[in-house]
Structure formats: structure tokens, C-alpha cells
Design a protein around this ligand. Structure first.
Ligand code: ADP
Ligand code: ADP
Length: 225
């Protein structure tokens, strides 16, 4: 778990000011949702936090440590994307453990963590299957498994449910919320879907045109009569 701070962060792509002046404090254990229309800068803000895009101004801290110039591997975060990015030729076990293997963890430790993650996500019976032999919801859980085995201090999720059909989306939404509550890991979640924001967030950041319009809890933001 960690706090996350953006201070006067900016991002320009040439003439395009994707993020103008972004200042935000996220508490440890918050489920913080960035919501707003397509093109408002949600993904750009998340990518800068992940270290996948450089900032053009301001500072970003994770757990009080300035990471503005740190590479993506030096941020103690794990990302979950909409296209699950699973390796089709590897088993579920190898998919979940791959990031740890790349980091040189020993086999016994990888197995322990993969099996713990699989149990948390109810994937224990599927560890030897390939991704194509899983349902969409199970694949999404494998993608979550890859994030949780890392035991990061923050999860970053960019529209992780957009490839799922409506019914599965609702189900996976509550699975993610329950998982996040159980693990207590600070989470930033990007979506254009207000209902997702309302049902999942402890803190909602409403964005428009590269700026933050409003910050609040689901109760305070959308409860007006
Ligand atoms: P959102 O995630 O809210 O849909 P983005 O963060 O993807 O919005 O984009 C914000 C703005 O920055 C948009 O105007 C988009 O066109 C622009 N943008 C994003 N990435 C790039 C890029 N690599 N090069 C140029 N412009 C970009
Ligand atoms: P991490 O999140 O620590 O990078 P991953 O297991 O997600 O761990 O990825 C490890 C490496 O494999 C990274 O360099 C990443 O870019 C690459 N990678 C991740 N997913 C895929 C994929 N579906 N196909 C090819 N390369 C991938």
C-alpha cells in the first residue's frame, strides 16, 4: 500500500495539452477512479504514473518517494490492461508467474505466490490450462493474477473490463472491488463509464479536457437531487 501524489503534472504531445495541471492526493488503500469522456487525458495520467510516458512538468510520488524520473520497473506498481496480454502458448501458471521469473525469483517462491494468487482468484483448477481454454472472465482473472503475485504497493487499471460482455462486466466489477478490499492495495482505475466509477470507487476524479473538474466520494459527487 502506498499514497500517490501528482503535483502540478503536465503532459504535452507537441501542440496537444493532454494534461494541463493535474494535482491529486490518493490515500493508502483508496480505490480511486479517473472518469471522463474519451480524450480527456485519463490514460495519459495513468501512463505517467506507471512511468510509461514522461511528464512535461510537475512531480509524481508513490509512497512519498519522488518517482517522476524513475523507470517503470522502479515504481513498485502493477498494471492491468483491457487486452489481457496473456501469452497464448503458456499455461495459466506460467502466465501468472512470468513477471516474477523475469525478475529472477526462485522457483519455490514463484510457485508459492502463484498458488496463493490462484486460490485468491479461484483459478486453482485451471493452472495447467492455456488461456484459450478459459472463459473471458477467467482470462481477466489471470491478468489480475499477474498483477497480484507481484505484491505491489499500487494497482493501475486501464479500462480492464471493456472487452467483457455486459453481464460479465458487472460480475468482474464486484470481483475486482472485493479483491482490492481484501488486499487493501491502493488502486487507480481508469474508465469512461460513470456507473463503474460510482459502484467501484472510494474516490472519484472527474476529468475533462486535461484538467480535474471535481474530486469526491461517490456519495458526495453524484448524490445531488
Ligand atoms: P483518455 O484516456 O481520457 O481517452 P488520453 O489520455 O488517451 O485520453 O488522451 C488525451 C489527449 O492526448 C487526447 O487528445 C489524445 O489524442 C492525446 N494523445 C494521447 N496520446 C498521444 C500521443 N502518443 N501522441 C499525440 N497525442 C496523444
Ligand atoms: P511486468 O509487468 O513486470 O513487465 P510482465 O509479465 O507483464 O511483467 O511482462 C514481462 C515482459 O514481457 C515485459 O517486458 C513486457 O513488455 C513483456 N510482455 C508482457 N506481455 C506480453 C505479451 N503478451 N507479448 C509479448 N511480450 C509481453
Amino acid at each position: 500500500m502506498a499514497t500517490i501524489d501528482f503535483k502540478n503534472v503536465q503532459k504535452s504531445y507537441g501542440e496537444v495539452h493532454a494534461i494541463r495541471d493535474f494535482t491529486l492526493h490518493v490515500e493508502e488503500g483508496d480505490f480511486c477512479v479517473f472518469v471522463g469522456p474519451s480524450g480527456c487525458g485519463k490514460s495519459t495520467a495513468l501512463k505517467m504514473l506507471a512511468g510509461l510516458e514522461a511528464t512535461t512538468g510537475g512531480t509524481i510520488s508513490i509512497g512519498g518517494r519522488d518517482v517522476t524520473d524513475a523507470g517503470p520497473g522502479k515504481r513498485d506498481i502493477a498494471m492491468v490492461f483491457q487486452n489481457y496480454a496473456l501469452y497464448p502458448h503458456m499455461s495459466v501458471r506460467s502466465n501468472i508467474g512470468f513477471g516474477l521469473k523475469m525478475r529472477g525469483q526462485d522457483k519455490a517462491e514463484i510457485n508459492r505466490r502463484v498458488e496463493a494468487a490462484a486460490e485468491t482468484l479461484e483459478l486453482t483448477d485451471y493452472l495447467d490450462r492455456r488461456p484459450r481454454a478459459l472463459s473471458g472472465g477467467q482470462r481477466q482473472r489471470v491478468a489480475l493474477g499477474r498483477a497480484i503475485v507481484r505484491e505491489p504497493s499500487a494497482f493501475l487499471m486501464d479500462e480492464p473490463l471493456s472487452n467483457l460482455d455486459a453481464k460479465l462486466r458487472v460480475q468482474t466489477r464486484s470481483e475486482i472491488v472485493n479483491l482490492q478490499k481484501r488486499l487493501g492495495v491502493t488502486t487507480i482505475y481508469v474508465t469512461h463509464d460513470q456507473v463503474e466509477a460510482l459502484t467501484m470507487a472510494t474516490k472519484i476524479v472527474v476529468m475533462r479536457g486535461g484538467v480535474i473538474q471535481q474530486i469526491g466520494s461517490p456519495e458526495t459527487l453524484f448524490a445531488q437531487p
